[in-house]
Design a binder for this molecule. Structure first.
Ligand code: FDA
Length: 510
């Protein structure tokens, strides 16, 4: 337990032995900055309570040798490492644990965030502690026609995001972030610094989507950048299920076209319960269609008129901007926001709201009656406290083989679903109410989503989907799970890098 100061003092002595200047990057609980540092990248307030298990200390390396020392000393003194890049882990596992008695430290990579963009070779080296916003900003500073196909929220960290896949508005054209990694720098359990050539193709395969905190500490990724037009088109169109706006029919129809549209279109639909725009004291179900098109407004309107006239897209719904600015658009920033907003690490997606997410994959269109049942579920929670986010698949995603990298959700998926609940109330009782509602929605979705296994997205970590590795392992990785276990067994047989949902080596097989 944490009550004994022993492991921690010996750990500090060990660190100092390796590097006498190291104390300036170690924050113990006695340090006045400990709490603010810990909280600075807790992105889910659900894991920021007095009851949340806290690390023994936070370690903020400034150079790779600091990481090597941390690994050596943690192993010697049996302290578990939780590595944190952007802190967006849905279950808070990069800075906390479900085991109250666990002694662990947080290795926080916030200071390792250098980014070097090389326009001629269309590549970039980016350190794992950089955020997506910092990456997109650095690319935009060099070129308006280069981009990287990763997530849509600026503060997400490159370390965790690419370790678990990483999708965004370019996935139908270019696949996910992990598909576009060409090299990496990793520190392994022996403290060795490895690149693609020295780690070998098995480990290089595993780190591109096989989950963070498992195979080693990723210090940097070499990314293959993609070309985008100088201006892209965005639109948001919302329809309710009332007043002849036909949300139900339009969402139903959307499923038949979305995965077959040109790869230049990405479509997201948010389904939730909102205040009725026409009758202020009532609520209604709303479907918000959010889209990016790699081309001009004219091109998009023509395509939508031909393929998806049901939506009734009009010119005034559309706006053109650079690809980098489209990230701010998706994140809900005002249209005239400066590109520098991408660099703001303090923005929060949910404010003070706690959240829980779950994920699914849809392979057959859900019938109208299925959506009507979803509306009933949404009416069981408050306005905007629960919803579903649908993200279009198809295109490039269907061309990449399932075993290309550990992320397996490829051909056959029309779209991905995220089921989510938000709440601001404190306390276990309120949380249980929302969690039970979300689990009920997930249960309701069973007949409409993938089966055997019921697939889930590793980056939307969900500790509900089974304590046994085989169970969450097949949901996240399908048939790639066995190869991940083999790689883990080869590179970290004693299971030093671990959390509640990391790939186990064969020796610790449960
Ligand atoms: P965090 O630091 O919490 O790390 C997540 C996991 O990876 C932990 O297990 C951690 O220990 C491990 N890890 C972190 N750094 C590592 C490193 N350098 N080496 C090895 N392991 C490391 N996803 C998506 O695909 N598209 C999207 O648009 C979004 N948007 C989004 C918005 C918001 C508000 C949230 C909260 C989350 C998302 N996500 C997402 C999900 C996101 O991709 C997922 O939570 C990532 O794991 C987050 O990576 P971070 O580095 O921020 O998290």
């Amino acid at each position: 337990g944490v009550t004994s100061s022993q492991p921690y003092e010996e750990f500090l002595q060990c660190l100092e032995f390796h590097d006498s200047n190291i104390t300036s990057i170690v924050y113990t609980r006695a340090n006045s900055s400990f709490s603010s540092l810990l909280e600075s990248s807790i992105r889910n307030p659900r894991f920021d309570t007095s009851a949340t298990p806290k690390p023994l200390l936070i370690f903020t390396p400034r150079q790779i040798s600091h990481i090597q020392s941390a690994i050596r000393c943690s192993r010697a003194h049996r302290i578990q490492i939780r590595v944190r890049s952007g802190g967006h882990d849905y279950e808070g596992l990069s800075y906390s644990t479900i085991s109250p008695s666990l002694t662990f430290l947080v290795l926080d990579l916030r200071n390792l965030r250098a980014i070097q963009v090389d326009v001629p070779s269309k590549t970039a080296w980016a350190q794992a502690g950089a955020t997506l916003g910092e990456l997109y900003y650095a690319i935009a500073a060099e070129s308006r026609t280069l981009a990287f196909p990763a997530g849509m929220w600026p503060t997400v960290g490159l370390g965790g995001h690419i370790s678990g896949g990483g999708y965004g508005s370019l996935l139908r054209k270019h696949g996910i972030a992990a598909d576009n990694v060409v090299d990496a720098q990793v520190v392994d359990v022996e403290g060795r610094i490895l690149d693609r050539a020295s780690m070998g193709e098995d480990l290089f395969w595993a780190i591109r989507g096989g989950g963070g905190n498992t195979f080693g500490i990723v210090v940097a990724w070499k990314l293959s950048l993609v070309s985008v037009p100088p201006t892209v088109t965005l639109f948001t169109v919302s329809r309710t299920a009332q007043h002849k706006q036909n949300a139900t029919e339009i969402v139903h129809r959307w499923q038949y076209v979305v995965d077959k549209l040109s790869n230049d279109v990405f479509f997201m639909v948010v389904l939730n319960r909102v205040v009725n725009p026409i009758q202020a004291n009532a609520t209604t179900i709303q479907a918000s269609f959010n889209s990016l098109y790699l081309g001009s407004i004219e091109g998009l309107i023509l395509m939508m008129e031909a393929k998806f006239p049901d939506l009734g897209l009009r010119r005034e719904n559309c706006v053109e901007m650079s690809w980098a600015k489209s990230i701010l658009y998706f994140a809900g920033f005002p249209l005239n926001s400066p590109l520098e907003s991408l660099l703001d690490r303090t923005i929060s997606a949910t404010g003070s709201a706690k959240f829980k997410g779950k994920s699914d994959y849809v392979k057959e269109p859900i019938p109208i009656s299925g959506f009507e049942g979803i509306w009933e579920k949404l009416k069981e929670v408050g306005v905007q406290t629960g919803g579903l986010i649908l993200a279009s698949y198809g295109g490039k995603m269907s061309e990449i083989p399932e075993s290309s990298i550990p992320f397996p959700h490829r051909a056959g998926n029309i779209y991905q679903v995220e089921e989510v609940a938000f709440w601001v109330e404190d306390g276990v009782e309120a949380a249980d109410g929302y969690l039970n509602w979300l689990r009920g929605l997930y249960e309701y979705m069973t007949p409409y989503v993938s089966k055997n296994p019921r697939e889930a997205y590793a980056n939307y970590r969900d500790l509900d989907i089974g304590r046994r590795a085989r169970s969450w392992g097949s949901s996240y990785y399908k048939n790639n799970f066995d190869r991940l276990v083999r790689v883990k067994t080869a590179v970290d047989p004693a299971n030093f890098f671990r959390n509640e949902q990391s790939i186990p080596p064969l020796s610790s097989w449960r």
